[in-house]
Design a binder for this molecule. Structure first.
Ligand SMILES: [Cu+2]
Length: 384
């Protein structure tokens, strides 16, 4: 709010200054040897020409400064098998953009300077040149076609899931504003689900009568084993969400009424990723900032900040409502042994629902409002 006020004040000051100069100009009317002509002189054109060069220098200095100051902020080593393909594609695209922009900006500013206005200079009438147009159309067409073909090839490789392949099937369920994960269990097939079946503990609307649903279980922290292909199926309860797992270079929209998919193989456990040199450095840097901030907080009598530890995250990458920014779930990549251990104490959703419903004989009054339904389920659980 303060910054907005500052901007408003600055704009008003600029307007006031501009009006003052106009008044000043008007007071000079009629004064001898004053040049109030609206036509640019050679001197004006020279100034504008050199300003073009100044702006060119500004673009380059700012680009170099940005690279030096913030160049280490983007995501580093990918934590999935296909991640390097995405990074390659990104790297090639950025290199091309960088080279093309470096050349075209120099040309643009140089020609603006070279052909700046001069007294008595006449513009040359130049209709067209077919050869020139063919060259500058063909080069971008060939380069872009190459990029697009490579991109399609990479995307098809990433999205291909062999039906017979040994994968772990997990459903990621999006709703305002949280994620829930449903594991397909021992049969590795998710039971059917429908938003109309949402009731109490069964917050994902799983069809509990479906044989495939009998071993499905639901968790609020995603665990996956390293080195195994995970086949995610996404659903959304309400609006468009987007499941974004930046460290795995994975993103897929979650669309109400349909199931979308994405699969990848994690290549580093959470513990291994924390030990990568760039991550050790990053954690260190963040913790130094936090320590500094904590000192300030403690001096003010507030609680100090917790030290930061790295965790993989599943984020929402579609602005889906007021708490969108906080729609996230922790992802833990375990070693295969740890994953097995984690799996061992998971209770099937069917059992959970049964346990929640046991002491309530007067059932069957379903309501359209899930909030009301879950309240009664909560009450039922409390009664137990
Ligand atoms: Cu969302």
């Amino acid at each position: 709010m303060t910054s907005l006020l500052v901007i408003v004040v600055l704009v008003l000051l600029a307007v006031a200054f501009w009006q003052l100069t106009k008044i000043f100009d008007l007071t000079q009317v009629g004064a001898s040897n004053s040049d109030d002509s609206q036509i640019a002189t050679d001197n004006d054109n020279n100034v504008q020409g050199y300003l073009m060069f100044g702006f060119l220098a500004f673009i380059y200095v700012f680009t170099i400064y940005s690279l030096l100051a913030w160049g280490d902020l983007p995501l580093h080593t990918p934590a999935s098998e296909h991640g390097k393909d995405v990074d390659n594609l990104m790297g090639i695209s950025f290199t091309l953009i960088f080279i093309v922009q470096a050349i075209t900006q120099v040309l643009l500013h140089y020609f603006a300077f070279k052909y700046r206005g001069k007294k008595d200079q006449k513009a040359l009438f130049f209709a067209d040149n077919n050869k020139l147009e063919a060259v500058w159309s063909a080069i971008p067409a060939v380069v872009l076609a190459g990029l697009i073909l490579y991109g399609l090839y990479a995307w098809n490789n990433i999205m291909f899931v062999d039906e017979d392949e040994d994968v772990i099937v997990i459903e990621l369920y999006a709703q305002q504003f949280k994620w829930t994960a449903r594991y397909a269990g021992a049969d590795n097939v998710l039971g059917k689900a429908n938003v109309r079946l949402i009731e109490g503990v069964n917050a994902l609307g799983v069809d509990l009568s479906d044989p495939n649903a009998q071993d499905d279980f639901v968790v609020s922290e995603l665990h996956v084993p390293k080195g195994k292909k995970i086949h995610f199926k996404f659903r959304s309860q309400d609006v468009l969400h987007s499941a974004y797992m930046p460290h795995f270079r994975a993103q897929m929209n979650c669309v109400p009424g349909m199931v979308t998919e994405f699969s990848f193989v994690p290549t580093y456990t959470s513990a291994e990723y924390r030990e990568l040199p760039f991550m050790v450095e990053k954690i260190d840097r963040i913790n130094k900032l936090r320590a500094k901030q904590s000192e300030k907080l403690v001096a003010e009598g507030k609680t100090a900040l917790d030290p930061y530890t790295f965790d993989y995250l599943l984020l929402c990458n579609k602005i889906c409502g007021a708490s969108h920014y906080n729609m996230q779930m922790k992802i833990v990549v375990d070693s295969p042994e740890d994953y097995k251990k984690w799996l061992s104490d998971k209770v099937a959703l069917v059992k959970e629902v049964k346990a929640a419903n046991e002491p309530a004989p007067a059932e069957g009054t379903s309501s359209d409002s899930t909030a009301v339904v879950s309240d009664t389920a909560g009450a039922k659980m409390a009664m137990k």
